[in-house]
Each structure stands twice: as structure tokens, then as C-alpha cells.
Design a protein around this ligand. Structure first.
Ligand SMILES: Nc1nc2c(c(=O)[nH]1)N[C@H]1C(S)=C(S)[C@@H](COP(=O)(O)OP(=O)(O)OC[C@H]3O[C@@H](n4cnc5c(=O)[nH]c(N)nc54)[C@H](O)[C@@H]3O)O[C@H]1N2
Ligand SMILES: Nc1nc2c(c(=O)[nH]1)N[C@H]1C(S)=C(S)[C@@H](COP(=O)(O)OP(=O)(O)OC[C@H]3O[C@@H](n4cnc5c(=O)[nH]c(N)nc54)[C@H](O)[C@@H]3O)O[C@H]1N2
Ligand code: SF4
Ligand SMILES: [Mo]
Length: 721
């Protein structure tokens, strides 16, 4: 056997760490950080080694499975793809295009093949009922980017390597490794801000792992960031003119924003936010006074009732203090494959062109809010969803009111899943199409290079050849596309694309990109060969100012105060009159852990070792009031359901707030994940509510779900799942 070292990028989270995978023949013998990767410089987290665990997992599906009665039967690929296409087409023929719904999960964004081939399948299906994990995650960030800068993907990235002041809202990079901010070794980069005399401030209802490493952490009541941000902007506008002269030639809405925030002095919001007026004033003044500064928010602000406003105002804060588009501020990337450039009609506003049938929730970029999926399946009438295709998603555990969705999915006429686990969602499928896993396929990060704190490019080759009887995600998608379209032209195109492969497509995109060699074979500049010659990756430099050129608004102007956001403030303002929570009511928020990745890595024995992580964190005052002891099981009840988990009494959560991680709840019958099933935990999304939304954007509102917690009196001396 030969020992080989392979250089690659880890695809599990957004950090894009370079890894060295050592193999001996067909076995992985070691995975570690690649010190020669110019971006990650050797950093990895404990999840990197789990790439091996998933790769070798005997529970991972390798061949298509068809349900026959109550059992699963392995079938061949052609039969499986023919069958899936025929069933989906038949349902569309009988009930209309929209009778088939699709759901794309988070890992599709980490797969170059899925990114390149899913759009064609969506065009073939032509259904309006397209859903994805976007609407349980970052949708408000996209809406803000679209309305302010003209493109959903034009999200400003915090230039953390050059800033002197980082103000974070609702992000926990110590667990998540950074999000909408690809920055391998993010905590070292954040520590470096303080080491060079800068300041890091965190706003979070939980004193998170990140809070231990910042200069100041402030508790905030869940879901009230938008109010805090209005008050921060109030202080800045009241203290003097906003510093927007550098944007003068192309900015609109400065007066409208200042007029709006005039009505939100700190005193008006301190009760709701739980942050006193003096603290709000000094937060604003410290931020405005810093030589370079950047405000940044992540899921804590986008998964809430006013996520759209909150994401808008974070950018507004960067703009009125003059920190947008300057080193050390919020910057735009210049990725080697420019996804904006590929999007020819980027300045067309793709928001609200149609709405969901039952609740009238808005479309965004061709997708509808997934919180509406269950009711679209359950509600009879024209356009009712009767079939579902999921791709790399587990919506039963990841979307609000998962139990309702699960009941709805179980009643579908047809459900096909592209996934390699038989999990809480896919167990309801009629057919499962399992693709290859990461180590068997090439990779180029189309999305995360575009969201990174530094411009870099890297191409990862597959480490193992694709097993004989296996298909990549892109091959499955391509196979479905031509079968569903059913024309000779579609078949010819699919053969041509299969010939080209994602690698060939990335090569073309690199050549056509901003650093590219062009399509001529003799051109100099970036192309696939450059990346092949540099297997650790290529550094393309720090983020550079890019405005106004990069703007994609129809009039090429920066919109500081988009009308839709201004109008939505009325809805926000009404919350100032909201009554105090009912006695005994607690406010539920989520949590992420470093050694866990959404719902799908709990089958790795190595990651699951140690104490039970699916615990309800509760403040000692709230525990005392209920007579609950640390380690004891409690019942959590919300409008939608109830679950039982052990309690962890800790003053790391704000009084009145309780925190439960998402992605658990593996105890359901009929799944095939032996390790996960022994660490089942309970699903927070059995408690979250499909009716609680940011109605402006359609994103689920997970933060601040009202719950009751009751003692049930079972004690575990050593909490263990
Ligand atoms: N280890 C690990 N890494 C991951 C993932 C994972 O599951 N595990 N998931 C990946 C994915 S898909 C994503 S999207 C990213 C997410 O990346 P992050 O957003 O950094 O992830 P979280 O750890 O959920 O941090 C959100 C924080 O918001 C806080 N919060 C909750 N409600 C509110 C609120 O109302 N206001 C404020 N200000 N804060 C609030 C929570 O307490 C929490 O600390 O992480 C990615 N990385
Ligand atoms: N309450 C609450 N709910 C949340 C969150 C929260 O913070 N709180 N976070 C939300 C966020 S940010 C996200 S992104 C979503 C994630 O939600 P989803 O994307 O729905 O779920 P995942 O848990 O990421 O499941 C991914 C699925 O993809 C499969 N998979 C992995 N890799 C591949 C691959 O290469 N190809 C294919 N075909 N399948 C693959 C896995 O087996 C698994 O079934 O959850 C959301 N839900
Ligand atoms: S931080 Fe993310 S990309 Fe880096 S090793 Fe961990 S999971 Fe992989
Ligand atoms: Mo996410």
C-alpha cells in the first residue's frame, strides 16, 4: 500500500480550513490542518477528523433505496432515476407544476456539483414551491443586501484582520467558526484585534463561548436587536451629522434614516432590550469613535421576528459611521469565480414576485419561506403540494414546528430524497438517492470564497475515486433533469455537461473571473492549472474598496433607507407597547456546539464523546423559581409541542431566557444512524412555531419562542443522552 498526502479544503462549515489527509491505500490514516494553506495556516477544529467518520460510516447509504411496504430495497441507478423522474412528472401532469415542492439543505452550498447542477433541475421542474434552509437562516441578510446594494449575495464582510473595533450581534464564532464571514481560525483573528489594542464587543442573550474572549458582553432580550440598533443610530445621528461624505455621490436615504431614528432614543428601547440607556450611548460612541470599526450580525439577528430590520440597520450603522467599504470596516469581496458576474440579470429585484398559496408569504430569489411548507402540503385546493424532493436537508429537525411538517411529509403521494442518511426526514421517502461524500469528489468553494475575509482560491481534488456503483450529487441532479425535461435537447445538454464536469465548469469560470486568464489557451492569469500547481491554495490579497462599481441596484445607488424597511418599522414599534411576558413564561433561544454540525454529524462516535450537549440552559433564578436542580429532566412546552430534556443550571443565560441546541431529536423509529440514535436528544424545532416569522422577509423566528418549563422530577447524577 502507498501512503499519500492529499491537500484539500474541509467542507463541513464555512471556515474553509485547509487540511492534509493522509491515506494508506483506500484508508484514511490521518487528517490535520495544512500549515501551507495561505488562508487557514494550519487551523482546524475537532470536526475535521469526522470527515473520515462519515466517509467510513457503515450507516451511510451507498446505493438507491426504494421503499417497498415497510422495508427498503436496494435498486440500480437507472431504475431509480427513471422511477423518480416518472413519478414527479406524473404528479405534475395530473395536478400542475406546483404540486411538486423542493427543499435544498445547507450542505448543497458546500458542494460545487450541487451548486452548478441544481439550477437546471429547478428549471426543469418549474415549480413555485421551492424551499431551502435559507429561510431558517440568513434570508434577512440577503434581503438587506438586495435592497441596499442591489444583489442578494452582495453581503458586506467584516474585515476582521484590519479592524480596531468589532461589534458582534448574535454570532458565536467560537462554536460556529464564523458565518457570512469565512475566516479560518476566526478566534485567533478576533484575539488579534485585542492584541493590537482594538476592542471586541458582543451582544447576545447568552454569555457564549465567544463572550469569554471579548472585551465586553451585553445580554439582550431575544428578538430586540432591531430596537437596540435604532437607538444606536439615534445616538450617532443626534451627536452630529452622519459621516457619509465618502458615499455622497451615490447614496440615497440619509435624511430618511436620520428622521426615522430620531424617534428612538435609548430610553425608549432600554426596557424591551434589557440594556440601559447609558450603555447604549457608550456602545454607539465607542463604535463611532474607533479609527476603524465594523458591526456584524449573524443567526441571532436573522432568526428573529425583525430579522430584516436588524440586518438592514447593522449595515446602516457601518455606513453612517463611515465604516463601509474601507479596510477594517465592512467590505465587499472580489472572488476568483464571481457569482455576481455570472448572474447576468443581477439588478432585477427578485423579491415578492409571487407569494405562498395559503399564507401569502413572499418569494425571494425564486424560493418561498419553508415555514409555509407544511400548510402547503396539508391545505387542499389547486396548487396543493403532493410530492417533495429534498436535497441534502433534514427539515423535520431543522425547520419550525418540525412535527407538523413531519406529519405532512408522511402523507405525501411521493417523496424522493437525495441524501446519504436514512434520517428523521428521509425515513419518510419513497426513494432515497445517496450521493458520494466529500472525500470522493472534487471541490471548489463557489459560495464561501465570495464571503471570505480575504480573497483566495483553492481547488481540492477527490481523494478517493468514485466507487463503481456510486453517483455524485451533480450526476444525480443531471440525470433527473434530462429525464424530467424529456427532450432530445435536454439529453444532449446533459451529456455535454457530464463530459465537461464541474471541474471544467470551474475552469471556465476562473478564466472569465476578475483574475482570470481569459478563454484563450495562452492567456496568463488564473485558471485551473494555476490551482493545480498550487494545491494549498492561492492568496489573492486583502479585501479592497469596491464601491460604487460593485453596486447592483438598478440606478447604481446605495440605498441607506429602503422603503420596505422603513415601512416595517411600524410593526416593530408596536412591540414597544407589548405587555410583559406572562408569569412563568420563558424565552427560548438556540445554541451551537463546536463538535456538532446542524443535524447530521451526530453519527460520528468521536464527536459524540463526552457529556450530553442537548441540555436546556437555565438561569439559577428561573431554576429556583421552579424548584429545578441541575441535571434534572424538565418538560418544555410551547404552543406547538413539548419535549423532555435535562436542565443545565447556569448564569451564562440571561434571566428569563432558556437555551436548547438545534439538530437533535434522533430517537425517531425507522432511522438508520446507530450512534446518533444512542445520543438522541430532543428537537428544539418541536417547540418552535411555523406561525412565528419575520413577516417582512419570511425567515423563521427561532429567537424568543415563549415556553413553559416544568419540573418532572427525574434526576440524572451524570447527565448523559
Ligand atoms: N460547530 C458548528 N459550526 C457551525 C454550525 C454548527 O451547527 N455547528 N452551523 C453552521 C451554520 S449552518 C451556520 S448558519 C452558522 C451560524 O453561525 P453563528 O451565527 O455564529 O452561530 P450560533 O452559534 O448559532 O450563534 C448565534 C448566537 O446568537 C445568539 N442569539 C440568539 N438569539 C439572539 C437574539 O435575539 N439577539 C442576539 N443578539 N443574539 C441572539 C445565540 O445565543 C448564539 O450565541 O454556523 C455554522 N457553523
Ligand atoms: N431552532 C433552530 N433551527 C435551526 C437552526 C437554529 O439555529 N435553530 N439553524 C438553521 C440553519 S442555520 C440551517 S443552515 C439549517 C440546516 O438545516 P438542513 O439543511 O435542513 O439540515 P442539516 O442538518 O444541515 O442536514 C443536512 C442533510 O444533508 C445530508 N448531506 C450532507 N452532505 C451531503 C451531500 O454532500 N449531499 C447530499 N445530497 N446530502 C448531504 C445529511 O445527511 C443531512 O440529511 O437548520 C436550521 N434550523
Ligand atoms: S472550522 Fe469548519 S472548515 Fe475548519 S476544520 Fe472545522 S468544520 Fe472544517
Ligand atoms: Mo445555516
Amino acid at each position: 500500500m502507498t501512503v499519500t498526502r492529499h491537500f484539500r479544503t474541509c467542507t463541513l462549515c464555512e471556515a474553509m480550513c485547509g487540511i492534509v489527509v493522509t491515506t494508506d491505500g483506500d484508508r484514511v490514516t490521518d487528517i490535520r490542518g495544512d500549515k501551507d494553506d495561505p488562508f487557514s495556516r494550519g487551523h482546524v477544529c475537532p470536526k475535521a477528523v469526522a470527515l473520515q467518520d462519515v466517509h467510513e460510516d457503515p450507516d451511510r447509504l451507498r446505493r438507491p433505496l426504494r421503499r417497498e411496504g415497510s422495508s427498503w430495497v436496494e435498486i440500480g441507478w437507472d431504475e431509480a432515476l427513471d422511477d423518480a423522474a416518472a413519478r414527479l412528472k406524473a404528479i405534475q401532469a395530473a395536478h400542475g407544476r406546483d404540486a411538486v415542492a423542493t427543499y435544498s439543505g445547507n450542505p448543497t452550498v458546500h458542494s460545487v456539483g450541487a451548486m452548478l447542477f441544481a439550477p437546471d433541475l429547478m428549471r426543469a421542474l418549474r415549480t413555485k414551491n421551492r424551499f431551502s434552509a435559507t429561510s431558517v437562516d440568513q434570508l434577512p441578510h440577503h434581503v438587506a443586501a438586495l435592497l441596499m446594494f442591489g444583489h442578494a449575495l452582495l453581503i458586506p464582510i467584516p474585515d476582521i484582520d484590519h479592524t480596531q473595533h468589532l461589534l458582534m450581534f448574535g454570532a458565536n464564532p467560537a462554536a460556529s467558526n464564523g458565518s457570512l464571514m469565512t475566516a479560518p481560525g476566526v478566534m485567533e483573528r478576533i484575539r488579534a484585534i485585542r492584541n493590537r489594542g482594538g476592542r471586541v464587543v458582543l451582544i447576545d442573550p447568552r454569555r457564549s463561548e465567544t463572550a469569554g474572549l471579548v472585551d465586553a458582553h451585553h445580554f439582550i432580550r431575544p428578538g430586540t436587536d432591531a430596537l437596540l440598533l435604532l437607538a444606536l443610530l439615534h445616538v450617532i445621528c443626534a451627536d452630529g451629522a452622519p459621516r457619509v461624505s465618502q458615499y455622497a455621490a451615490y447614496i440615497d436615504g440619509v435624511d430618511a434614516l436620520c428622521e426615522l431614528v430620531r424617534h428612538f432614543p435609548p430610553e425608549r428601547v432600554s426596557g424591551q432590550t434589557g440594556i440601559d440607556a447609558d450603555t447604549i450611548r457608550s456602545l454607539a460612541r465607542d463604535f463611532a469613535a474607533a479609527p476603524t470599526a465594523v458591526a456584524y450580525g449573524r443567526v441571532g439577528v436573522s432568526m428573529q421576528e425583525f430579522g430584516g430590520i436588524a440586518c438592514w440597520l447593522i449595515s446602516a450603522l457601518n455606513i453612517v459611521t463611515g465604516h463601509l467599504d474601507l479596510p477594517g470596516g465592512a467590505m465587499f469581496t472580489r472572488p476568483a469565480v464571481d457569482i455576481l458576474r455570472a448572474d447576468q440579470r443581477s439588478d432585477r429585484v427578485r423579491f415578492g414576485r409571487w407569494t405562498t398559496r395559503v399564507r401569502g408569504l413572499p418569494e425571494f430569489a425564486g424560493e418561498l419561506p419553508v415555514a409555509a411548507l407544511a400548510e402547503e402540503i396539508e391545505t387542499p385546493g389547486a396548487g396543493q403540494v403532493r410530492a417533495l424532493l429534498t436535497h441534502a436537508g433534514n427539515p423535520v429537525l431543522s425547520t419550525p414546528n418540525g412535527q407538523r411538517l413531519e406529519r405532512a411529509i408522511a402523507g405525501l403521494d411521493y417523496y424522493v430524497a437525495i441524501d446519504f442518511y436514512l434520517n428523521e426526514t428521509t425515513r419518510h421517502a419513497h426513494l432515497i438517492l445517496p450521493p458520494t461524500f466529500a472525500l470522493e469528489r472534487d471541490h471548489y468553494d463557489l459560495v464561501f470564497h465570495a464571503l471570505a475575509v480575504r480573497n483566495t482560491a483553492k481547488y481540492s481534488r477527490a481523494i478517493f475515486p468514485k466507487p463503481a456503483d456510486a453517483r455524485h450529487d451533480w450526476e444525480i441532479l443531471n440525470g433527473l433533469t434530462w429525464r424530467i425535461t424529456g427532450t432530445l435537447a435536454a439529453r444532449t445538454k446533459s451529456l455535454a455537461l457530464a463530459q465537461l464536469t464541474p471541474r471544467g465548469m470551474v475552469d471556465i469560470a476562473l478564466r472569465q473571473g476578475p483574475y482570470g486568464s481569459g478563454l484563450s489557451p495562452v492567456g496568463t492569469g488564473l485558471r485551473m492549472k494555476t490551482l493545480d500547481d498550487n494545491p494549498h491554495g492561492v492568496d489573492l490579497g486583502a479585501l479592497q474598496p469596491a464601491l460604487p462599481d460593485r453596486l447592483r441596484t438598478a440606478d447604481r445607488r446605495l440605498q441607506l433607507a429602503p422603503a420596505m424597511f422603513l415601512a416595517d418599522v411600524t410593526r416593530l414599534e408596536a412591540t414597544l407597547e407589548r405587555a410583559e411576558p406572562a408569569t412563568g413564561e420563558l424565552s427560548l433561544i438556540g445554541r451551537r456546539a463546536l463538535r456538532s454540525n446542524n443535524s447530521w454529524m451526530h453519527n460520528s462516535e468521536r464527536l459524540m464523546r463526552g457529556r450530553n450537549r442537548c441540555t436546556l440552559q437555565m438561569h439559577p433564578h428561573d431554576a429556583d423559581a421552579r424548584g429545578v436542580d441541575d441535571g434534572e429532566d424538565v418538560r418544555i412546552t410551547s404552543r406547538t409541542g413539548s419535549v423532555v430534556v435535562p436542565v443545565e443550571v447556569t448564569n451564562a443565560v440571561m434571566p428569563g431566557v432558556v437555551s436548547l441546541p438545534h439538530g437533535w431529536g434522533h430517537g425517531r423509529a425507522g432511522t438508520r444512524m446507530s450512534t446518533a440514535n444512542t445520543h438522541a436528544g430532543a428537537s428544539i424545532n418541536d417547540l418552535t412555531d411555523d406561525q412565528r416569522l419575520d413577516t417582512l422577509t419570511g425567515n423563521a423566528s427561532f429567537s424568543g419562542v415563549p415556553v413553559r418549563v416544568d419540573r418532572i422530577g427525574i434526576r440524572h447524577s451524570h447527565p448523559q443522552a
